[in-house]
Design a binder for this molecule. Structure first.
Ligand SMILES: N[C@@H](CCC(=O)N[C@@H](CS)C(=O)NCC(=O)O)C(=O)O
Length: 312
């Protein structure tokens, strides 16, 4: 396991985390059966260092313990974190992978919020080894993608058992129903119904926000952000839309990631101001590894959005 990030040692919790990690991994590599010293003996107490390492803090452990008591199948007991090397994007001149050879493939573009939904779902369910990521460069899409993979020519799409599934919301539901890993759908009928309602609302939500960019964004998108805030008050057994982390959170977070930075940088507006549940929700989703691994440089979102929505 290699660290991809440079660690600023001026930030002591990161330095502490890095020190401990380096030692744990070095020690675990040279560890023998007769000398199983390191991992079990290392205690990491700093909350920030534990978060950085993807370990639960004591508070989080408590919360999970209580969730276990109330809901043994709780989806917040996410699959173990897997760091993977993400593949380079294929472009017009790239050869296709050996299509329909029995391999399951998820076609995405790193910048795309729709594709990111499917990518998070795959990661959360721990399917990194069974579903290959194929990244496509949208501005220079290979012709074979439209001709041989997905005639709609959009991402995401999923190649599975000789067929292609498209449309991000269908893909995430398909992944959740047809693959192993922690469930991202509630069992409770009331929550199930609410989940469908919320998933259906993503379209209205995103379209309202996107069209507000042409007018007065803060005023015109205010009601839909308020609606999300109210919605987050509905279940109090966790910070997520249905209490526990689910497909609903995945359906929304990729757009919030972009909207938050765009409003902040362009209109100096904090979309979470006066919306405490929304602020908490964003904070909690940002602790989920399956999501963290799909995030790209916020400046890239900013540039994409500026070019798309502010160019004269
Ligand atoms: N409704 C589709 C939208 C997918 C979509 O628009 N993806 C964009 C990238 S973010 C795309 O592939 N655009 C290429 C195109 O429209 O030609 C979904 O949810 O999957």
């Amino acid at each position: 396991m290699a660290f991809r990030t440079m660690i600023p040692y001026s930030r002591p919790h990161l330095a502490a985390a890095h020190f401990v990690t380096a030692h744990v991994f070095t020690a675990s590599n040279c560890c023998t059966k007769s000398s199983p010293f390191p991992i079990r003996l290392v205690q990491i107490n700093s909350i920030k260092a534990r978060r950085y390492l993807g370990l639960q803090t004591n508070t989080e452990k408590e919360r999970i313990r209580s969730l276990r008591t109330t809901s043994p199948s709780s989806s917040s007991l996410a699959a173990a974190s897997v760091q993977e090397n993400i593949p380079p994007s294929l472009e017009a001149t790239s050869e296709p992978p050996p299509l329909f050879d029995g391999t399951t493939r998820l076609y995405i573009a790193y910048v795309c919020p729709f594709a990111q939904r499917a990518w998070i779902t795959r990661n959360y369910k721990g399917l990194q080894d069974s579903i290959n990521l194929v990244a496509i460069k949208l501005q220079s899409r290979p012709a074979w993608y439209k001709e041989k993979v997905y005639a709609a020519n959009t991402v995401p799409s999923l190649e599975h058992n000789g067929k292609i599934i498209g449309e991000s919301l269908d893909v995430i539901k398909y992944l959740d129903s047809n693959f192993e890993g922690p469930s991202l759908s509630p069992n409770d009928p009331a929550k199930k119904e609410f989940a469908e309602e919320l998933i259906a609302y993503t379209d209205t939500f995103t379209k309202t926000v996107f069209s507000s960019f042409k007018g007065d964004p803060i005023k015109e998108s205010g009601p839909v952000f308020d609606h999300i805030e109210e919605t987050l008050h509905k279940f109090d057994d966790g910070p997520f839309f249905l209490g526990q982390f689910s497909l609903v959170d995945i359906a929304y977070i990729t757009f919030f990631e972009r909207f938050q930075i765009f409003f902040s940088e362009v209109w100096k507006h904090d979309i979470t101001a006066g919306r405490p549940k929304l602020a908490k929700w964003i904070e909690e989703v940002n602790k989920i590894d399956a999501y963290k691994q799909t995030k790209i440089d916020p400046n890239e979102h900013l540039e994409t959005f500026k070019a798309r929505f502010l160019a004269k």
